[in-house]
Structures are given as structure tokens and as C-alpha cells.
Write a protein that binds this ligand. Structure first.
Ligand SMILES: Cc1ncc(COP(=O)(O)O)c(C=O)c1O
Length: 384
């Protein structure tokens, strides 16, 4: 299995997506969750074929995505979701909002676990609900779900939780015991668990990623998973995600969504996702995981040698690093100074919740050269 090599900067700058157009060309963009890798060969071939024959209409109601994802889940996670209990939509965010709209009444409360992917706050609001924050518990060496806090929030009337597993920004893969306990808690209170598993294909080997719906009866009763190939395969612009359920009641809720929710799935996104989740793409995905493993360790070495005030824990999954820069004394939002003076764009820590003060989120889904240059530029600020 060959590592997947990121493209060089001059080629990347020809891209016109958010990562490459938000900031001027002298800024190294390590903020938004897009990657700098070429497309997986099977994905590229599927898209090229579609372009060649003008296969750019609506998605077919009979399409192979659910079966393809089920086979991927069986191979990668030992999970056997049923294709008949899946529906597609445009993206994970839309899946979350549409499910929340059905399972939470207007004004009810939905738990989020900060620091967390900033749009979660907006998605709950978009669904007409209110956010209750139950921060992750920082043990000093890891982040964990605060199950006591979640119980208290359910006791206080919260009717759903929006879980992020693997967690953005910390890269935490929640363990089976915590997920099982969460499922049982939600079941006890009749609450829903919406599990965003967009980063799951990027869980590193040995970290034991467990799909929420695979943890047992209680999870199947209360859970909705939303998955996509978009983070691992860099397909966010193509618009395709899958909502997965595992029992009759939850499945009826997702089946009861307006047909338009499914029709908004992008045809190119669907074709790309089928190719991404197919067995043919697995060596590429394994190669990507190897590259990301090297990068997450390289980042640790770079920070230790060049920016020793930074605190970073190697993530279990993905290409996002959550870095505490409090000790550098650059204020609550160090990414502002880093952008202005070092010309490196990172995601603003406070956007993830109050727990993000003094933090930045860095995207290491790039080349070792760009990563090294970014840390060098940031480290140079400490000499000023
Ligand atoms: C945890 C998480 N959920 C959802 C999204 C957005 O996904 P989509 O573009 O499919 O809405 C992201 C994007 O980075 C993410 O990290």
C-alpha cells in the first residue's frame, strides 16, 4: 500500500474552492476541512466517465450507494447496516438538520459537546431547537463524553444529542463503552442521538472506531447516523451524504422526510461516493491513512522542536489538529495574529465554543513541506 502524496503548492493554487480562494496567495491555507491530495483513481475515473457521457442529471432512485456503503461498513467496521434503512441527501449538515426537524419540537433543546465543529450550533438553530452545551471532559490526556453532564441535560429536558464521532476538532474516537452508555441514557429519556460520522473512514487503524448504531439495541432504537465519503475523499463540493437508521421507528422517520431531501443529492457526488466506498478504493484509503499518520506525528515533532509552548495531542482520526497556544500569550484567538503576521490561515479556536479560547485548529491534510513551512512561519513569530 503506497502512501498518498499531496499535490505541490503551484498545482493546488489552481483550485478554486474555499481553501484556495478565501485568502491571498501569500497565505498558506490550513483552515477549512478540504485536503490537498489528488482524487482517488476510482473516484476520478467515475467522475471523468460521467463528464464524458454527460451523465449529470438527477440521481436515480434505484442506485447502488446504500449497498456499496453497507459493504464498506462491513469490511471496515464489522458493521452491517441495512441498505433499506438508508436514504441519501446533499450533505451531512442537511441530513442533521432534516433529522432534527423531525425528532425535536420547536424550542426543545439539543445537546452539543464543545469544543465542536462550529456549524453544529447553527444546525440546531436551523432545526428550530436550542443548544445545550455539555463540554467534553478533558482528562489531561484525552477527551471524553461527559456522561454525567449529558444525563443532567436530559433530566433537565433536552430531547436530543448531536454526537460527533470521530470528534471535530479533537480527532477523538469515542470508545464503545461510552457510546453504549450514551445510547442507554438516551433510551432511558426517550431522546434521539444524531451521530455525525463524517470523519469515520479516517479513523486510524487500532483506534477502534465504533459506529454508534452498532453498539446495541438501545442505540438502534434512538440513533440516526449521518455518513459521507466527503471528508476522506475530498468530495464536499459534490454533495452526497447518507442517513442511516437501524429500526422500524427511526427508519420510518427518515423515510417520511420529503422526497426532495433525497433529490438534493448531487449526481456527481453519488457516483463519486459509490467509487469511494467500493473495494477498489480501499488501497488508496489505506495509503491516505498512512500519510495522515505520518503527518500527525510530523506535526508533533515540529511543534515540540519549533513551538514548544504549543500543546497538542495526536488525534485518533482525520486530518485536523486541535492545538492549545495559550502559553504563547497570543490571546483568546491566536489564529488572528497567525493569519496577519505569519500568513498561515488556521481555524479560529473560539468558534468551536468557549473551550476554544487560546486554541487553533490546523488541517494537516497536506504535504510535509507545506506543514513544515506553516509551523516555521508561526514559530518565527515567537522571535519577534
Ligand atoms: C464533523 C463535521 N460534520 C459535518 C461537516 C460538513 O459536512 P457536509 O459538507 O457534508 O455538510 C464537517 C466538515 O468539515 C465536519 O467536520
Amino acid at each position: 500500500m503506497l502512501p498518498v502524496t499531496a499535490l505541490p503548492l503551484d498545482e493546488l493554487r489552481a483550485r478554486t474552492s474555499e481553501k484556495w480562494r478565501e485568502y491571498p496567495a501569500d497565505v498558506l491555507p490550513l483552515f477549512v476541512a478540504e485536503t490537498d491530495f489528488p482524487l482517488a483513481p476510482a473516484v476520478k475515473a467515475a467522475l471523468q466517465r460521467a463528464i464524458d457521457i454527460g451523465d449529470t442529471g438527477y440521481i436515480a432512485s434505484r442506485n447502488p450507494l446504500a449497498e456499496t456503503f453497507a459493504a464498506f461498513a462491513a469490511r471496515r467496521y464489522g458493521w452491517a447496516p441495512e441498505p433499506a434503512r438508508m436514504r441519501t441527501t446533499a450533505d451531512v449538515s442537511m441530513g442533521i438538520v432534516e433529522i432534527l426537524r423531525r425528532v425535536v419540537q420547536p424550542g426543545e433543546r439539543v445537546i452539543v459537546t464543545p469544543p465542536v465543529y462550529p456549524p453544529f450550533y447553527d444546525l440546531v438553530d436551523e432545526a428550530g431547537a436550542e443548544v445545550v452545551r455539555v463540554p467534553l471532559h478533558d482528562t489531561g490526556t484525552a477527551w471524553e463524553l461527559d456522561l454525567d453532564g449529558i444525563r443532567a441535560a436530559f433530566e433537565d429536558g433536552a430531547t436530543a444529542i448531536l454526537l460527533c464521532n470521530p470528534h471535530n476538532p479533537t480527532g477523538t474516537v469515542h470508545d464503545r463503552d461510552a457510546l453504549t452508555a450514551l445510547a442507554e441514557l438516551a433510551d432511558e429519556f426517550g431522546a434521539a442521538v444524531v451521530s455525525d460520522e463524517i470523519h469515520a473512514p479516517l479513523a486510524q487503524p487500532g483506534t477502534g472506531f465504533t459506529p454508534f448504531l452498532e453498539t446495541g439495541e438501545a442505540a438502534r432504537r434512538v440513533g440516526y447516523a449521518v455518513v459521507s465519503a466527503s471528508k476522506a475523499f475530498n468530495l464536499a463540493g459534490l454533495k452526497c451524504a447518507i442517513m442511516v437508521t437501524a429500526d422500524d421507528r427511526t427508519s420510518a422517520i427518515v423515510r417520511g422526510l420529503p422526497v426532495e431531501v433525497e433529490w438534493r443529492t448531487g449526481q456527481l457526488g453519488l457516483l463519486a461516493a459509490v467509487a469511494a466506498f467500493s473495494e477498489e478504493s480501499e488501497p488508496w484509503l489505506d495509503g491516505l491513512l498512512r500519510t495522515l499518520d505520518e503527518n500527525r506525528v510530523l506535526l508533533e515533532d515540529l511543534l515540540a522542536s519549533r513551538l514548544p509552548g504549543a500543546r497538542y495531542r495526536i488525534p485518533d482520526a482525520g486530518y485536523l489538529a486541535w492545538i492549545d497556544l495559550t502559553a504563547l500569550g497570543w490571546g483568546d484567538n491566536p489564529a488572528r495574529r497567525i493569519l496577519k503576521d505569519a500568513k498561515v490561515a488556521l481555524h479560529f479556536g473560539p468558534a468551536f465554543g468557549a473551550e476554544g479560547a487560546g486554541h487553533v485548529r490546523l488541517n494537516f491534510g497536506t504535504s510535509p513541506e507545506i506543514l513544515t513551512e506553516a509551523i516555521d512561519r508561526i514559530a518565527a513569530l515567537t522571535d519577534r
